[in-house]
Design a protein around this ligand. Structure first.
Ligand code: FAD
Ligand code: PYC
Length: 416
C-alpha cells in the first residue's frame, strides 16, 4: 500500500500529483469467501478491516449495490460524541470515540477528526433536568460532559443568540471531545486498509437473495453478478437492513425514515463548534470547505426515497435563523436525504441472528456515524468468534423479546 507521509507528499507534488496509485483494488467477485459483508458504508468496510487486521480473516468480500460510501456514510452531518445516558451505550460510543482519536494514524489516512466540542442546548426546564442527568451519568462512566449556564453557552459559542427568541437558551451540555470527521475519508480509509489486507470490495453488485441450506445455515448470497458462496454473512445495510434480512426470512424491529440535511454556500470561518438543539429541531457546524452543515429531525413518515419533505427543512432553517441571526442572509446550496433505520429504543443492534452464520449491524438511526469505528470493531469480533464482544452483548435482537431495552431516545439528540 502506498504510504502517506510528508516525504510522499513532497515527491508527488514534484510530479504534479500524477503518480498517486489507486487506493483500493477493484476485483471481480470470487466464487466463495469465508465472510461476505453486505453494504460498503463505514460500518461494513470497517468490519472487514478489523476482521483482517485483528482476527486474521482476509478471505472477505464487501458487496455494495452502489458505490462505496454512497449511503448514509456519505450523507450524514458527521457529528461525533459519546454523551449517551445508559452504561451500555456509554461503553459502546466511548469505545468508538477512543478509536476516532487514533484512527488517522491507524489507517495512515487523514479522517480529519476534529474534537471541536459538541454543545446540546436546553430551552426549557425539562431539557435542563434531562441534560444535567446526562452530564452526571456520563461523568460516572468516565465520559467527559459538562453543564454550561446561559452565559457559559454564549462564551463558548459567541454567534449564538441566547435571549431574544421564542425558546431562550437556558444552558447546555458540552462534550469537548466531541466534534466532527470527514465522512468520505472514513469510508475511503477503511476501504484502503481492508483492500490492502486482501479484502475484496465489490461495487455495483446488489445482493438480491440469501441462500440457506437444509440445516437453516447460510450458504451464500444471490447477487446481480451471480451467486457467491459464503460461510458467514454480515449485514450492514442501514436503511435497507429490513429488506436484506427478509431475504433470509428474518423480520427486523426496524422502521426506515428519511433524514434530511443541507449545506449553505461556503463562507469564511464563522462557527467553530457543533451546536445541536433537539427542542427546536436544528443542529449546525461548519465544514472545512466553509459550508454551514445543517440538519433537522426525521421526516414523520416511513419511506425508502432519499428525499424528504421541504417543510421539514424550512422549519429547521427558521430555527437556525433564531439561533444564529447573522446567518439569515446565507443562501442554501444543497439539500439531500438518507434513509435511517430506527429501532423502538433508538439503540442499535449488533448481533448474531436466529439464522446460523448470519450477523447484523443496524438500527443506528440518525446517529451511527459517530459509532463507525467502534461498531465495526465489535461487529468484526462477533462475526469472527460467533459470539458478541462484551461491549455489544447488550445490543442483541433478543432484547426486544425479553424487554431489556436501552432507551436512548433523549440522547439521540435528533427528533425521531
Ligand atoms: P451506509 O453508509 O448507509 O451503508 C449501507 C450500504 O448498504 C449502502 O451503501 C447501501 O447502498 C448498501 N446496501 C443496501 N442494500 C444493499 C443490497 N441489497 N446489496 C448491496 N448493498 C446494499 N450519525 C451521526 O453519528 N452523526 C451525525 O451527525 C449524523 N447525521 C446524519 C445526517 C443525515 C442526513 C443522515 C441521513 C444520517 C446521519 N447520521 C448521523 C446517521 C449515520 O449517517 C448512519 O447511522 C451511518 O452512516 C450508517 O453507516 P452504515 O455504514 O451502517 O450505512
Ligand atoms: O447523532 O449526534 C447525532 C446526530 C447529529 C445529527 C444527526 N445525528
Amino acid at each position: 500500500m502506498q504510504k502517506f507521509s510528508g516525504f510522499a507528499l513532497l515527491r508527488n507534488a514534484l510530479g504534479g500529483h500524477q503518480n498517486w496509485g489507486h487506493q483500493w483494488r477493484n476485483p471481480a467477485p470470487k466464487d466463495e469467501y469465508d465472510v461476505v459483508i453486505v453494504g460498503a458504508g463505514g460500518h461494513g468496510l470497517g468490519a472487514a478491516y478489523y476482521l483482517a487486521k485483528e482476527h486474521g480473516i482476509t478471505n472477505v468480500a464487501v458487496i455494495e449495490r452502489g458505490w462505496l460510501g454512497g449511503g448514509n456514510t456519505g450523507r450524514n452531518t458527521t457529528i461525533i460524541r459519546s454523551n449517551y445516558l445508559f452504561d451500555e451505550s456509554a461503553a459502546l460510543y466511548e469505545h468508538s470515540v477512543k478509536l476516532w482519536e487514533g484512527l488517522s494514524q491507524d489507517l495512515n489516512y487523514n479522517v480529519m477528526y476534529s474534537a471541536r466540542g459538541v454543545l446540546m442546548l436546553a430551552h426549557n426546564h425539562h431539557d435542563v433536568a434531562s441534560f444535567k442527568r446526562h452530564v452526571h451519568s456520563n461523568r460516572l462512566n468516565g465520559v467527559d460532559n459538562e453543564w454550561l449556564d446561559a452565559d457559559g453557552v454564549k462564551a463558548f459559542c459567541p454567534p449564538l443568540n441566547i435571549k431574544s427568541m421564542r425558546y431562550p437558551i437556558l444552558g447546555g451540555a458540552l462534550q469537548r471531545r466531541g466534534g466532527t470527521a470527514r465522512h468520505d475519508a472514513v469510508a475511503w480509509g477503511f476501504a484502503r486498509g481492508a483492500s490492502d489486507r486482501g479484502v475484496d470490495i465489490i461495487q455495483n453488485c446488489e445482493v438480491t437473495g440469501i441462500r440457506r441450506g437444509a440445516n437453516g445455515a447460510v450458504e451464500g448470497v444471490e447477487t446481480s453478478r451471480g451467486f457467491i458462496r459464503a460461510k458467514k454473512i454480515g449485514v450492514s445495510a442501514a436503511g435497507h437492513t429490513s429488506v436484506v434480512m427478509s431475504m433470509a426470512g428474518v423480520r427486523m424491529p426496524l422502521e426506515s425514515y428519511p433524514l434530511q440535511a443541507l449545506v449553505s454556500e461556503p463562507v469564511k470561518p464563522a462557527f467553530d463548534s457543533v451546536v445541536m438543539s433537539n427542542t427546536i429541531h436544528a443542529y449546525i457546524s461548519q465544514s472545512d470547505k466553509g459550508e454551514m452543515v445543517i440538519g433537522a429531525g426525521t421526516d414523520a413518515y416511513t419511506s425508502y426515497s432519499q428525499r424528504g419533505g421541504l417543510h421539514i427543512t424550512t422549519h429547521t432553517l427558521d430555527a437556525i435563523c433564531e439561533l444564529v441571526p447573522q446567518f439569515r442572509r446565507l443562501r442554501m446550496l444543497r439539500n439531500w436525504g438518507g434513509i435511517v433505520d430506527v429501532t423502538p429504543d433508538r439503540s442499535p443492534i449488533i448481533a448474531k441472528t436466529p439464522v446460523p452464520g448470519l450477523y447484523v449491524n443496524c438500527g443506528w438511526g440518525t446517529g451511527g456515524f459517530k459509532a463507525t469505528p467502534g461498531s465495526a470493531n465489535v461487529f468484526a469480533h462477533t462475526i469472527a468468534k460467533d459470539a458478541p464482544h462484551p461491549i455489544n452483548a447488550p445490543f442483541s435482537l433478543e432484547r426486544f423479546r425479553d424487554g431489556f431495552l436501552i432507551d436512548e431516545a433523549a440522547a439521540a439528540a435528533v427528533a425521531h
